[in-house]
Design a protein around this ligand. Structure first.
Ligand SMILES: *Cc1c(COP(=O)(O)O)cnc(C)c1O
Length: 374
């Protein structure tokens, strides 16, 4: 049965066949070429070339790798830069989105990942705007709404929001929308340019497999770049950083989203990890993600004490979340048996299905082990 056109892609990853790894939505597995590339960067680029490497590709790496990420999220070149963490990029994006507004509120997805909510709180405090958490089904946007911050995929339930409809809703009242793509970048087709999204951020260590703490990305569309005034005016976002001028003039393009010296080792590990996508079609990745998560949900839906939190329709990302009163103990027992997912307090088991390396057998083994434990 050839239901998996991506089966061969698993061979590109360094994975132990005894382990069922279902946590690629927290920390993606390493593609095999990453170790070799990092060694080359350390030994040759850093070791032999030393500081000359800054002018031999390092300085522009944030924009160059940004363009590669951009291709995966529907952004034409020159609009994505890889830098900092998602938390920091959220701060830059939200501050820029509400700067000089005469509107009075920021709306945040009520189920947001905590850091997004904390950063939004801080932006609200610094700018004097109100922060209103709202259910994405009833955002109730108004002409007083300056910006809306939404998570494309809910980290807790795996629900996927309708980016087209919600972006339109925000624009209908003249509000800006900031999308957090942490759980969707690299696993489903995203059309930032086509949908007219105002700003977006995302991390690269989840489904993009960039490695622990690899730098995040930020999308600033060309039309918005001139008006994008971010609060962290570091020297690498300057128009002419090496002129060492006393005053700040932002780069005219997306580089104005940069702050300080880029983390080259992590950046180039991510660069290597992105090679995998040169060989796959995102439509296939999405189709396999839906098939894998659907198959797993069918296997576990009727297990005793289990409630499936992830939507059964196509409005889901590539994780399955199950509620069980003893979720924490169950996940510990699963991990002891080499089935690695994660637990989110108080009662959620999460299983991330990375279509590039997870198999239908992984889903079967995870479901069978869970059934035995119950
Ligand atoms: C993983 C995740 C983050 C992580 O932010 P960091 O700054 O990298 O720690 C932020 N937001 C969402 C929605 C996430 O899923």
């Amino acid at each position: 049965m050839n239901r998996d056109p991506l089966a061969h892609v698993r061979d590109l990853f360094d994975l132990d066949d005894d382990v069922v790894y279902l946590d690629g939505n927290s920390l993606g597995a390493p593609p095999k070429n990453v170790a070799e590339r990092v060694q080359e960067v350390v030994k040759h680029q850093w070791g032999s070339r030393l500081i000359r490497s800054w002018s031999e590709g390092w300085w522009e790496a944030p924009e160059r790798v940004g363009n590669r990420v951009g291709r995966l999220v529907g952004a034409a070149a020159g609009q994505v830069v890889v830098c900092d963490s998602t938390s920091v990029n959220l701060f830059k994006a939200l501050m820029a989105a509400v700067r000089s507004t005469d509107r009075s509120e920021i709306v945040v997805d009520a189920g947001t990942f905590p850091t997004d909510g904390y950063i939004a709180q801080s932006v609200a405090e610094l700018t004097g705007l109100a922060l209103r958490p709202a259910d994405p089904d009833r955002l109730d946007l108004r002409d007083t709404t300056a910006a809306v911050l939404l998570n494309h995929v809910d980290y807790r339930t795996g629900r996927l929001l309708d980016m087209a409809a919600l972006t339109e809703q925000a624009h209908a009242v003249g509000a800006k929308v900031v999308w957090d793509l942490c759980h969707s970048a690299g696993v489903l087709p995203i059309e930032l340019d086509a949908l007219g999204v105002d700003l977006a951020v995302g991390c690269t260590y989840k489904f993009l497999n960039g490695g622990p703490g690899s730098p995040a990305f930020i999308y600033v569309p060309t039309r918005a770049q001139q008006g994008f005034h971010q609060p962290l005016t570091g020297w690498t976002g300057h128009q002419v950083p090496f002129a060492m001028q006393p005053d700040y003039t932002p780069d005219p393009g997306v580089s104005r989203a940069r702050v300080g010296t880029p983390d080259i080792l992590s950046m180039l590990a991510l660069d290597a990890a992105l090679d995998v996508w040169d060989q796959v079609d995102l439509q296939d990745v999405r189709a396999k993600g839906l098939a894998l998560t659907g198959h797993f949900m069918d296997l576990v839906r009727d297990l005793p004490g289990i409630e499936v939190l992830t939507p059964a329709d196509e409005w889901r990302g590539h994780q399955v979340s199950l509620r069980h009163v003893r979720a924490g103990a169950l996940m510990d027992a699963l991990i002891e048996r080499n089935i690695i997912g994660d637990f989110r307090a108080p009662d959620v088991l999460r299983f991330g299905f990375a279509p590039l390396y997870n198999t239908f057998e992984d889903a079967d083994r995870a479901a069978t082990t869970l059934k035995e434990l119950l």
